[in-house]
Write a protein that binds this ligand. Structure first.
Ligand code: SF4
Ligand code: SF4
Length: 440
């Protein structure tokens, strides 16, 4: 099997996936209380549909976004709304949230599966919207919008992102192994919505069991749907799973600077999102549960957990037996994730994992001056000059960095990873982008 890849830069960080890649997805018992933020998608915050002391059912819509980009939010438990107030949020510091006390007597909601083939594309798209589905691999862009490209876009290929190139994270790997049929059916639903035939599932070659499982299931698929779906191995190289690199690896099409995948006829969906699309369309189940990896050498029991949106990180830590020698908590992967300072934040729709890192996994040393080795330029998959950007920012000239293509930086962290002077090049890149925007 050939391993497709992208042409420029990239790195090979230690994978650390051995901590959790062999652990089957485990369902965590629902907590006594959930804290459901009104912002956990790209776009406007949702407005509550419920009031204090109101009873709510598992899966019931509790907040909506009207007349703006956003996604509906559903209750993840059956219970009573305790209050609606500002609470800590993993990315926004604080955000209004609906706090629900779970009814311990309530039975879990059961969903029947129906044949999505009998449902029209318009109705399937409406189910994706009503189910509050958002991109689970990143910023939470509403999926119903992504699946409605402008008529001028000539989409011919759906790519499912099974690269999962961030170290430690194993959620998509486990979903491809344990939810293989749902991934394939979800892909078919998306193809039907888009009105196209071709789907490529891109998977890094460090997940041969997932490639085999999908290839076998596709070969044995007895439902004779008129789609061309294949699983394709890709070289193990970070950031293989970022959209532009993934699209180039699998189609040799280059998304132009400032462009979007649909400019080259492609729509990309993450594996977790595809499973959620299946559940919304074939089961009428909204997105209020998710699978996430909890790993790192400071958590007593690493796991791939299926848990309720709104579960507090403290409840997860208690469930996994606590921590030892904990130095740093990171939401997401170590390359593109962000540090969390407390455990009172909830799991949101877009939490792909949380890492609990000990002293052997963190480097808190000071950074030094640039020694002009050029390694950051070799590592950058966008062909940028991170060292120049950093020097400009330090000289308070960040607004002049567009000549280095700073707006194409997607903060993958390759440059900072290889820098021998430990310079915080991603932070410099962020500051440069802020300066460029400020100066128009
Ligand atoms: S963070 Fe930006 S500048 Fe650094 S390697 Fe990634 S794309 Fe290039
Ligand atoms: S890798 Fe670090 S030290 Fe080397 S050129 Fe880039 S910023 Fe300078």
């Amino acid at each position: 099997m050939s391993g497709f890849t992208f042409p420029k830069g990239g790195i090979h960080p230690d994978e650390h996936k051995e901590l959790s890649e062999h652990l089957a997805i485990e369902e965590m018992a629902p907590p006594d209380q959930v804290v459901i933020p009104l912002s956990m998608h790209f776009g406007a915050p949702a407005k509550p549909l419920v009031k204090k002391k109101q009873e709510v059912q598992e899966g019931e819509p509790i907040a909506v976004v009207e007349k703006a980009l956003g996604a509906t939010i559903h209750s993840s438990v059956t219970g009573v709304v305790k209050t609606i107030e500002s609470r800590p949020h993993p990315t926004m510091v604080r955000c209004d949230a609906i706090i629900i006390d779970r009814d311990p007597q309530a039975a879990p909601r059961i969903y029947e599966t129906e044949d999505w083939r009998k449902i029209s594309r318009e109705q399937l798209l409406a189910r994706v919207k009503d189910g509050g589905i958002v991109g689970l691999g990143g910023a939470g862009f509403p999926t119903h919008v992504k699946l409605s490209p402008p008529p001028s876009a000539k989409i011919d290929t759906l790519i499912l992102n099974g690269a999962e190139c961030e170290p430690y994270l194993t959620t998509d790997h486990r979903l491809m192994l344990e939810y293989t049929d749902q991934v394939i059916e979800g892909a078919k639903i998306i193809l039907k919505i888009l009105g196209i035939k071709k789907c490529v599932i891109g998977i890094e070659l460090n997940k041969p069991d997932a490639i085999n499982a999908l290839t076998r299931a596709l070969a044995q698929d007895s439902k004779k749907d008129d789609f061309e779906i294949s699983a394709q191995g890709m070289q193990v190289k970070y950031p293989q799973g970022s959209e532009k690199q993934l699209i180039y690896s699998l189609t040799k099409r280059a998304v132009p600077g400032g462009g979007l995948p649909f400019d080259v006829g492609v729509i990309v969906q993450n594996i977790s999102t595809t499973v959620s699309v299946y559940e919304a369309c074939a089961m009428n189940k909204p997105l209020y549960e998710k699978v996430a990896t909890f790993s790192g050498r400071a958590i007593n029991r690493p796991a791939n957990l299926k848990l309720k949106v709104g579960t507090l990180l403290q409840d997860v830590v208690n469930y996994l037996g606590g921590t030892r020698d904990l130095i740093k908590i990171v939401s997401g992967g170590p390359m593109m994730g962000f540090a969390i300072s407390a455990l009172d934040v909830p799991i949101t729709k877009t939490t792909s994992g949380v890492l609990f890192l000990n002293s052997s996994e963190t480097d808190l040393g000071e950074f030094g001056p640039c020694i002009h080795c050029g390694w950051c330029m070799q590592a950058c998959p966008m062909g940028l000059a991170p060292k120049e950007v950093a020097l400009y920012v330090e000289a308070d000239k960040g607004h002049l960095t567009t000549k280095f293509g700073i707006m194409d930086c997607f903060e993958c962290g390759c440059c900072a990873y290889v820098c021998p002077a430990k310079r915080p090049l991603v932070q410099f890149a962020r500051l440069a982008k802020i300066a460029v925007k400020k100066h128009g």
